[in-house]
Design a protein around this ligand. Structure first.
Ligand code: CA
Length: 225
């Protein structure tokens, strides 16, 4: 799960980052609203933790803007403001959940997992393949019902394979679908992502078609090392 934490208090932020990382989540941290916007444009996140009192902009205002721009990721708001009006304002701005400061880090992690399950439950575009299910909108991958943490590149690779079931894709085609950002590409990058995908989802998930490329294999989840 890829989490964006927007919190300007360094002490609180480092606690959150450490706590969520220990729970197996991938966490990016920013301290201002403008950096949060830039980060959301640069990468795909599953959920956002948003402090309301930010130095450059009110958190609620940021949230409102993001919703207007069509960002659908679930947002958990952190606030020291414990008034009903603030909660109502927050929900109207598009918050999915609230946590009042100070809070327990395990509570925060539990809430984030609940949020993601809720989002996964309401999505309709679920792609199923054997023991594997992948939700393109929330980017949640489940193998035999268990969440699997895939990097953005691994998700893109998996999505390309799932969308082309039965077809052989060349290495070039796969690279194009993984790297849409004009990134510098190391020659073995694709192999590395395929290797990771196999180690996370079972060896059979990516089939090598000698001389031609790759195609979606089986997802029985039984071959994990
Ligand atoms: Ca703050």
């Amino acid at each position: 799960m890829h989490v964006l934490v927007c919190e300007d208090d360094e002490l609180i932020a480092s606690g959150i980052v450490a706590g969520l990382t220990a729970q197996g989540l991938t966490v990016e941290h920013v301290g201002t609203a403008s950096k949060a916007k830039a980060m959301l444009k640069a990468a795909v996140f599953d959920v956002m933790v948003l402090d309301l009192g930010l130095p450059d902009e009110d958190g609620l205002k940021l949230l409102q803007q993001l919703r207007q721009q069509g960002f659908e990721l679930p947002v958990l708001v952190l606030t020291a403001r414990d008034s009903v009006t603030d909660r109502v304002d927050g929900l109207q701005a598009g918050a999915d959940d609230y946590l009042l400061k100070p809070f327990d880090l395990r509570e925060l992690a539990a809430r984030l997992h609940t949020l993601l399950r809720r989002v996964a439950g309401r999505s309709v575009n679920l792609i199923e393949h054997g023991q594997l299910s992948y939700d393109p909108s929330s980017r949640i991958t489940l193998l035999a019902g268990q969440p699997v943490d895939l990097s953005r590149r691994e998700q893109a690779l998996l999505q390309a394979l799932l969308h082309n079931r039965g077809r052989v894709l060349s290495a070039e085609q796969l690279k194009d679908s993984i790297y849409g950002f004009g990134d510098e590409l190391e020659s073995n990058a694709l192999n590395v992502h395929i290797h990771h995908l196999r180690s996370k989802l079972g060896k059979g998930i990516v089939e090598t078609v000698r001389g031609l490329g790759y195609r979606l294999g089986t997802a029985d989840g039984a071959e994990q090392p």
